[in-house]
Design a protein around this ligand. Structure first.
Ligand code: DAH
Length: 354
C-alpha cells in the first residue's frame, strides 16, 4: 500500500498541466470520486487494524497533496484563459482608423453612365484596336492623303511606310479617335449575304500628339456611336442625343446643333450644351459663351458606307463621337485634364461612394 502511495506521489509530481483538458485528466485521475486515491481509501479496510491509522494518515497526506496541486493548476489555467480573453481596454475617444476602399475613377463612372443610357435605348457596346492602320483611322473615313483635316489631329505614328497612297494606308499609328471602330463594325456587318443593322456605342482611349496642359492631353477618351439601318434620318440623331443629354445632365439642359464639317459625315454638326458650371451665364469653362461642345456628329457619308461594303442607296445612318473628359469636367467640375492621369488620391477620393 505504501509503495503504491509513493508511486502516486511521483506520478502527481510528474503530471504537467498546460491546458483545460489536461486539468480535467488530472482531476479524474487523482481528485475525482473514481480516481486512484479514492480507490486506495477503499482498500484501507483490507489493511490490518494496527497499521490502518498510519496508512490512513499517509493517504490523507497524499489526498491533500493532490488537492493542492489541483488548485494550483486550476488557478494558472484560469489566469491563462482570462488573459487570452480580455482585449486591451478600448479608448473610445480615439479617431477611427479610416477604412480605405478603392474608388471608381471619375472617367470610369462617366463611361459606365454613358453606356447605361445608350444600352437602355437599344445600343450595344463594341470595341476596336488602339493600334490601328492609317486606313481605318483616316482613309476609310474619307480623309484623303493630303487632306487638311489630317493636320487637325496630330498623330502618333508607329510605323510609316512612305511613298504611294496605297503604302501610307498601311502606316501604323495610335488611333486619334474612336471612329476607326465604326469602320471595323461596318465591315463586319456587311460580310455575308445581307447587311446586319448596327446600333452600337464604342468607348475607348485615343491618342494625339499634344503638349500636356490643363486643357490638352496626349491621351484621352471618347465614346463613338453608330446607328445604321434602313430609313435612319437626322431626326433620329437629334432624338438620340437629346435623350442622352437630358439623362446625363438634367432636363433643363439646353442643346444646340451647330453646322460643322467632318470628312466622314454629311451633313455634320457639333453638339453644344448649356454650360453646367455657370448655367449659361458665362464663365471661364465655357469661355463666357454659355455653351460647351460635347460631341461631333452627322449622317454617315455615303462614300464611307460604300468603303465598308454597305449599299448607300439602301442604308443610311448617323454617327457621333463624344469626349468623356469633357462630359466628366461638366459633371464634376474638373478643371485640369492632368488630374485624370496623375493618380492623386486626394482627387480620386472625392469620388468615393459615387
Ligand atoms: N472623330 C471625331 C473627332 O475625334 C468626332 C466625331 C465627329 C465622331 C463626327 C463622329 C462623327 O462619329 O460623326 O473629333
Amino acid at each position: 500500500m505504501l509503495d503504491k502511495v509513493k508511486e502516486i506521489y511521483q506520478e502527481i509530481e510528474q503530471f504537467n498541466v498546460a491546458s483545460k483538458d489536461q486539468l480535467e485528466q488530472f482531476r479524474l485521475r487523482f481528485v475525482g470520486r473514481k480516481g486512484v486515491i479514492t480507490e486506495l481509501f477503499e482498500g484501507l479496510k483490507h489493511v490490518p487494524q494496527e497499521d490502518r491509522r498510519a496508512v490512513g494518515q499517509e493517504l490523507n497526506g497524499l489526498k491533500n497533496f493532490a488537492l493542492e496541486r489541483f488548485e494550483a493548476f486550476t488557478k494558472t489555467i484560469d489566469e491563462q484563459l482570462s488573459a487570452a480573453d480580455s482585449t486591451p481596454p478600448v479608448d473610445l475617444t480615439l479617431p477611427i482608423v479610416p477604412n480605405l476602399t478603392g474608388t471608381q475613377h471619375p472617367l470610369t463612372l462617366v463611361r459606365q453612365r454613358i453606356i447605361q443610357i445608350f444600352e437602355r435605348i437599344g445600343f450595344n457596346v463594341a470595341d476596336g484596336p488602339e493600334i490601328e492602320t492609317d486606313w481605318y483611322n483616316f482613309g476609310a473615313l474619307n480623309f484623303p492623303d493630303n487632306h487638311p483635316a489630317r493636320d487637325m489631329q496630330d498623330t502618333f505614328f508607329i510605323e510609316k511606310k512612305s511613298g504611294t497612297e496605297q503604302e501610307s494606308a498601311d502606316d501604323v499609328l495610335l488611333r486619334t479617335h474612336t471612329s476607326n471602330v465604326q469602320i471595323r463594325l461596318m465591315e463586319r456587318h456587311s460580310k455575308g449575304e445581307t447587311f446586319r443593322p448596327i446600333r452600337s456605342i464604342m468607348p475607348g482611349r485615343v491618342y494625339r500628339n499634344e503638349t500636356i496642359s490643363a486643357r490638352a492631353h496626349c491621351l484621352f477618351h471618347q465614346v463613338e456611336g453608330l446607328y445604321i439601318d434602313r430609313n435612319v434620318g437626322f431626326k433620329d440623331l437629334k432624338d438620340t442625343l437629346y435623350h442622352f443629354v437630358k439623362e446625363m445632365f438634367n432636363k433643363d439642359t439646353r442643346i444646340r446643333f451647330r453646322p460643322s464639317y467632318f470628312p466622314f459625315t454629311e451633313p455634320s454638326a457639333e453638339i453644344d450644351i448649356s454650360c453646367q458650371i455657370c448655367g449659361g451665364s458665362g464663365c471661364n469653362i465655357c469661355k463666357h459663351s454659355g455653351w460647351v461642345e460635347i460631341a461631333g456628329s452627322g449622317m454617315v457619308d455615303p462614300q464611307v458606307l460604300a468603303n465598308c461594303g454597305i449599299d448607300p442607296e439602301e442604308y443610311t445612318g448617323f454617327a457621333f463621337g463624344m469626349g468623356v473628359e469633357r462630359i466628366t469636367q461638366l459633371k464634376y467640375v474638373v478643371n485640369d485634364l492632368r488630374l485624370y492621369t496623375e493618380n492623386d488620391v486626394r482627387f480620386l477620393r472625392q469620388f468615393e461612394g459615387l
